[in-house]
Design a protein around this ligand. Structure first.
Ligand code: ARG
Length: 583
């Protein structure tokens, strides 16, 4: 199904061409003067320069050509040369009817599906999942859903931090606590036990303990570094401990992501890059890209057009250890071999921006990926507390994700039971959905790269640009639909401004979904959902749907609001949010 803006634009192009102007001037946009018109074309201004005419004369000429068009009810030429447009109500109603019948309400799957890898979890194994891991999970999940909805083959990879210093710290702490374990007997050659030497509870205590010890005890810290290096080089006893850590931690991590409704196709991690590292270092040396600098191996990545000089990418430390960059390069080689994606998308904290510039440039310079392959880094800002500083618990610690989800669910619960009588069970179930909507929408409605303030009271409010407001709108429509008993299958011409506006908002849907994905901008989808909800609520305020006596008219409205509900539901699903039946 054609997008409404494309239909309007082609009509406009024809008019420009018929008047003897290039069609490229016929660009149509949403109106920025909704009091005057619905869509507008500013092309006469640019055309005026090229054709050495007055813009208003061109605008009038185009207007004449469009006089018979069935698409518009108004075409106006306004000084200095704007062309203001209003759509014919019948054209809009026809478009609505086509949407109701089309698959995915007219948001077509692409004819040119791409294979896309989204790397978006980034949890660090054996460290508790904290609020810093909330944003990549929520944003990445949303992009994955949008990409799939549009027909792309999208592969989500959690890309765990599973091979870093935390492993060495745990190994050495374990040695201090239980020196008799076979892993610490160099002469031991038998099989390693299948049972882990710790439970998840113990592991959660071991890591923070080792981490603070390392800060005070340089000797312990040095041992932990050495153990990490030995693990990375494949030392068998440490590999065995590592496997225990993974086996104990992963189920817990999965449970945490599940509670956010976030899923991954691949549960790979930094450790999977390890086999590719020696080869890639050698290749960088052989190609003359990597050179020694102060004992380390580095690759220059600067390009003449850089506004400021960028530091080289370090690919190996002086002690031979690999780094974060090396591991990302190894992962790229693995993904090229196993997936060969058309597009890489990494969702991480924006402070990693330089890291990804370096990694992408080295990968392309070395020919690990072809130079024209799309590689994107979506860097997000920090989630701050009301004090404007990175979000912390009341006592100043890093807040665990579980606790944050618990807090917001509780706040939603209190809102729900405030003025309503619902069963305890239903209130609990609904508050989970409302809490999740508050949390996710509160995050996604901000442009990803910006910092935002996590404000529970605002996020769970049923009014304003919030998740619960959107859910409330959907629930309100569901409630009207459940009370209607007739059959509704045709949408008639809009009879009020509010109704026409609602239709025009609904008509924008496929265009918004496509743009939001192309620009990796879920906040644009949120903005649209908010505008559509507002348009519905204005219409609802003006229109007594269930009391309407003209049955044909009533059926038309029912059909329209059912379409709006379907669009809103599809859109929130793309954000990873579900609506309850009642709230
Ligand atoms: N584990 C990393 C962190 O906590 C994020 C990993 C992101 N993905 C990647 N391929 N570098 O910061």
């Amino acid at each position: 199904m054609k997008k409404i803006l494309d239909m309007i634009t082609s009509e406009m192009k024809q008019a420009f061409v018929d008047c003897g102007y290039e069609e490229s001037y016929a660009k149509v946009t949403l109106s920025n003067r909704p009091d005057l018109c619905e869509y507008q074309c500013n092309g006469a201004m640019a055309a005026a320069k090229a054709y050495k005419k007055k813009p208003i004369d061109i605008a009038h000429q185009v207007k004449e050509k469009l006089a018979d068009s069935e698409m518009f009810s108004l075409v106006d030429a306004v000084m200095p040369g704007f062309i203001n447009l209003k759509l014919n109500p019948q054209f809009v109603a026809d478009y609505m009817n086509q949407m109701t019948e089309a698959e995915q309400w007219g948001c077509e799957k692409t004819e040119n599906p791409k294979t896309i890898v989204i790397d978006y979890g980034g949890a660090n194994v054996a460290k508790p999942l904290h609020v810093g891991h909330l944003r990549p999970a929520i944003i990445g999940e949303s992009l994955k859903r949008m990409g799939r909805f549009l027909g792309h083959k999208v592969i989500g990879d959690v890309h765990l931090g599973d091979f870093g210093l935390q492993m060495g710290l745990i190994i050495e702490e374990l040695r201090d606590r239980q020196p008799d374990l076979v892993y610490f007997q160099p002469e031991y050659t038998g099989e390693y036990p299948a049972e882990p030497p710790f439970t998840i509870g113990q592991l959660e205590e071991i890591y923070p303990c080792a981490s603070s010890k390392a800060k005070e005890d340089p000797e312990f810290s040095a041992r932990a570094h050495e153990a990490t290096l030995k693990l990375q080089k494949g030392y068998a006893p440490y590999r065995a401990i590592w496997r225990h850590i993974m086996n104990v931690s992963l189920p817990d991590l999965k449970k945490n992501y599940e509670s956010l409704d976030v899923t991954f196709d691949l549960w790979k991690g930094e450790s999977d890059a390890e086999p590719y590292i020696p080869g890639l270092i050698q290749e960088l040396i052989d190609k003359g890209l990597a050179y020694e600098s102060q004992g380390a191996l580095v690759v220059d990545i600067g390009e003449p057009q850089d506004p400021k000089e960028l530091p080289p990418c370090i690919v190996q430390k002086s002690d031979g250890a690999a780094l974060y960059s090396t591991s990302d390069l190894g992962t790229i080689i693995e993904r090229e071999k196993e997936i060969n994606p058309d597009w890489y998308i990494y969702v991480t904290d924006k402070r990693q921006e330089l890291h990804f510039i370096q990694v992408f440039r080295v990968a392309k310079k070395a020919g690990f990926v072809s130079p024209d392959k799309k590689m994107s880094h979506l860097g997000f800002g920090t989630m701050n507390g009301k004090d404007g500083k990175p979000f912390k618990t009341r006592d100043g610690g890093v807040m665990r994700l579980e606790q944050l989800i618990g807090d917001i669910t509780q706040a939603a619960y209190e809102k729900i039971v405030e003025n309503r009588t619902v069963s305890e069970e239903e209130a609990r179930e609904t508050s989970r959905m409302v809490g999740m909507a508050a949390l996710k929408y509160g995050d996604l409605s901000n442009q990803a790269s910006k910092d935002y303030v996590f404000d529970i009271d605002r996020f769970v409010s049923f009014e304003g640009n919030t998740g619960p407001y959107i859910l409330y709108t959907i629930v309100r429509i569901k409630s009207i639909l459940s009370k209607y008993e007739g059959r509704a299958d045709k949408i008639l011409m809009p009879v009020s401004d509010a109704e026409k506006d609602l239709m025009l908002q609904a008509a924008r849907y496929s265009e918004v979904v496509e743009n939001s994905f192309e620009e990796l901008a879920p906040h644009k989808l949120c903005q649209y959902i908010y505008e559509l909800s507002n348009a519905f609520n204005r219409f609802y305020h003006d229109t007594r749907i269930l009391a309407e006596e003209n049955k044909e008219q009533q059926a038309s409205w029912i059909c329209l609001i059912a379409l709006v509900k379907d669009i809103l539901t599809a859109c929130i699903d793309l954000l990873g949010i579900k609506a309850p039946e009642r709230m």
